[in-house]
Design a protein around this ligand. Structure first.
Ligand code: UDP
Length: 461
C-alpha cells in the first residue's frame, strides 16, 4: 500500500468515526455519559455534605437515648429548666447552647465529678445547631465579624471538640485559635473529623491545664522556666539587643536522664539563663508533680517562629552543628523561606579540637547575634557554657536534632502524632537502632524517677 492510499484510508476512518459519533445512537451515548458524570458528581457532593450531618444526627440520637435517664433526672432536679448560653452557629445564626444549670450543692458536685454539665449539648447536635467536631462555640461578640477571615469560621457548625482544644491539651497551641479554626474549616471532612474524635481521647486523659501555671518549677533537680512559646521568643529577641551573652537550653526526658547522672551537665542547665520544657515527657512530669507545664517550648517548633521575627530585623543568625550537607540544607531552607533574614554563616559540627579556635573565630567574625548549636545533648550545652563569651553571640541555644528536620534529612512527625504526644514514637520508628534505648527504656526511667521524687523528694541544694 503506497503512502497516498494509506492517507485516504485514514481520512475515511476519521469521517466514519465523526458520523458514528453524531449519529442518533452516538448522540444518545454521549448524553447518557454526561448524565452519569453529573449524577456521580452530584452524589459525591451530596454524600460529603450529608455524611457529617448524618454522623452527628445518629451518634447524638444514640447517645441521647443512652443518657436520657440522666438528662431527664437533671432536668427535673433543676426545676425543669436548662441553662442557655447564646452562641453564634453556622452562617452566624444565633442559638442557645444547652447545659445543666446545677452549680451548687450535691447536684453540682455530682455533675462536676461526672463531667456531665454539658450533656444537654447533645440536643443541640441532634437539632443541627452544633456538630461533634468543629470550632469551639463562640458567643456573639467573642470574635469581630468585620473581618472576612473571621466570618469564614462560621462556614461550619461549631463543635464540642475542636483542633484548638486538642492542641491546647497537648501543649502545642502555638499561634491563635482563629488560625487553627481556619485550618479546620479549609481541610475538614468526615474522615478528618473521625481522626479528631480519636485524638480527643488522649486529650481527655491529659486533662485540663491549670490556668495559672507557676513561672518556675523543678523537675529532677532541673530548674525549668515555665514559659509559653511567645514569651520565650519575645525574651530571646529582647536579649539579642543586649550586650552580654546568654545561654538557653531545651530539656526533654532524655536530657533530664543525662543530667540525673551527669552533675556537670545539671549545673550547666541550672546556670543557663533559661531552660525550657521540651516534649510530652516533661508535660507528664509536670502533671505528676501537680505543676502544669504552660506549653511545649521546643527548638523545632520555635525555629520558624524565631526566623519570622528575625526576618524583620538586622539581627544575624549563625548555624553550628550537624554534617556539612545538613547544615547547608538548613541554610538553604532559611534563605528560601525568610529571604530578608541575615544569615551570618554556618559550620558543621564535626570539627577536631585543633580546628575549634578557627570555628569560634568564624562565629565571632560573622557578628552573629543568635547562635544555634546542634551537637545533641549534653555536648551542645556544655560547649555553649564554655565558649559563649568567645563567640560574642548575644544568645546561644542548644537545639539538638533540629537541623536534621529543617534540612529535610529526617521528616518531622505529622501534626496528628504531635497532638497525641507521640512524636517520640515517630522518631523511634525512623532510627530504632539508635533511639530504642533513649525512648523505650529512657522514658520509663524518667517517669519512675519523677514519681519516686514526688514521694521521696531529694534535697539537692
Ligand atoms: N552532631 C554534631 N557533632 C557531633 C555529634 C552530633 O554536629 O559530634 C549532630 C548530629 O549530626 C545531629 C545532632 O548533632 O544533627 C544530634 O542530634 P540528636 O538527634 O542526637 O539530638 P537530640 O535532639 O536528640 O538531642
Amino acid at each position: 500500500m503506497n503512502h497516498k492510499t494509506r492517507e485516504n484510508l485514514n481520512r475515511t476512518e476519521e469521517i466514519e468515526a465523526v458520523y458514528k459519533r453524531f449519529s442518533r445512537t452516538g448522540l444518545w451515548r454521549l448524553r447518557i455519559r454526561r448524565y452519569i458524570r453529573s449524577v456521580t458528581w452530584f452524589l459525591a457532593v451530596f454524600i460529603a455534605s450529608v455524611s457529617k450531618r448524618g454522623f452527628d444526627f445518629f451518634v447524638s440520637l444514640v447517645l441521647l437515648l443512652l443518657f436520657s435517664p440522666v438528662i431527664v433526672l437533671g432536668w427535673l432536679v433543676t426545676g425543669r429548666s436548662l441553662a442557655r448560653t447564646p452562641r453564634l452557629g453556622k452562617w452566624c445564626v444565633t442559638f442557645d447552647e444547652l447545659s445543666f444549670d446545677i452549680h451548687k450543692g450535691l447536684g453540682g458536685k455530682i455533675t462536676k465529678l461526672l463531667h456531665i454539665r454539658r450533656l444537654p449539648v447533645l440536643i443541640n447536635i441532634l437539632r443541627g445547631d452544633m456538630s461533634f467536631v468543629g470550632p469551639l462555640p463562640a458567643s456573639p461578640g467573642d470574635f469581630s465579624l468585620q473581618e472576612k477571615a473571621v466570618r469564614k469560621r462560621y462556614n461550619v457548625r461549631p463543635g464540642i471538640i475542636s483542633l484548638w482544644w486538642i492542641r491546647k491539651r497537648a501543649n502545642i497551641d502555638y499561634g491563635t485559635e482563629l488560625d487553627v479554626d481556619m485550618e479546620y474549616v479549609q481541610k475538614h471532612s468526615l474522615v478528618s473529623d473521625l481522626g479528631i474524635c480519636l485524638r480527643a481521647i488522649p486529650a481527655i486523659l491529659y486533662g485540663e491545664g491549670v490556668p495559672t501555671a507557676p513561672d518556675k518549677l523543678k523537675i529532677l533537680g532541673i530548674s525549668i522556666d515555665n514559659y509559653t512559646m511567645n514569651e520565650a521568643i519575645d525574651t530571646i529577641i529582647n536579649w539579642l539587643h543586649e550586650p552580654s551573652g546568654r545561654q538557653i537550653c531545651f530539656v526533654n526526658a532524655d536530657c533530664a536522664n543525662i543530667a540525673y547522672k551527669n552533675s556537670h551537665y545539671l549545673k550547666v542547665l541550672n546556670y543557663s539563663n533559661l531552660c525550657f520544657a521540651d516534649g510530652v515527657g516533661l508535660k507528664l512530669a509536670g502533671k505528676l508533680l501537680g505543676q502544669d507545664i504552660a506549653q511545649n517550648v521546643n527548638g523545632t517548633d520555635m525555629f520558624p517562629l524565631l526566623c519570622k521575627k528575625l526576618d524583620q530585623t538586622n539581627l544575624k543568625l549563625f548555624l553550628l552543628g550537624a554534617r556539612q550537607e545538613v547544615v547547608e540544607g538548613v541554610a538553604d531552607w532559611v534563605e528560601k523561606n525568610y529571604p530578608n533574614l541575615k544569615l551570618a554563616g554556618h559550620h558543621h559540627g564535626y570539627f577536631t579540637p585543633e580546628e575549634q579556635p578557627a570555628v569560634i573565630q568564624k562565629i565571632k567574625d560573622s557578628g552573629a547575634h543568635l547562635l544555634l548549636v546542634a551537637f545533641g545533648a549534653p555536648r551542645q550545652d556544655l560547649w555553649i557554657n564554655e565558649h559563649l563569651d568567645e563567640t560574642n553571640a548575644k544568645v546561644a541555644i542548644g537545639v539538638g536534632g533540629l537541623f536534621d528536620f529543617y534540612s529535610g534529612r529526617i521528616p518531622r512527625a505529622p501534626v496528628w502524632m504531635r497532638e497525641i504526644g507521640m512524636e517520640w514514637l515517630y522518631r523511634l520508628l525512623q532510627e530504632p537502632g539508635r533511639l530504642w534505648k533513649r525512648y523505650l527504656i529512657g522514658n520509663g526511667i524518667f517517669l519512675s524517677r519523677v514519681i519516686w521524687e514526688k514521694f521521696f523528694p531529694k534535697n539537692r541544694d
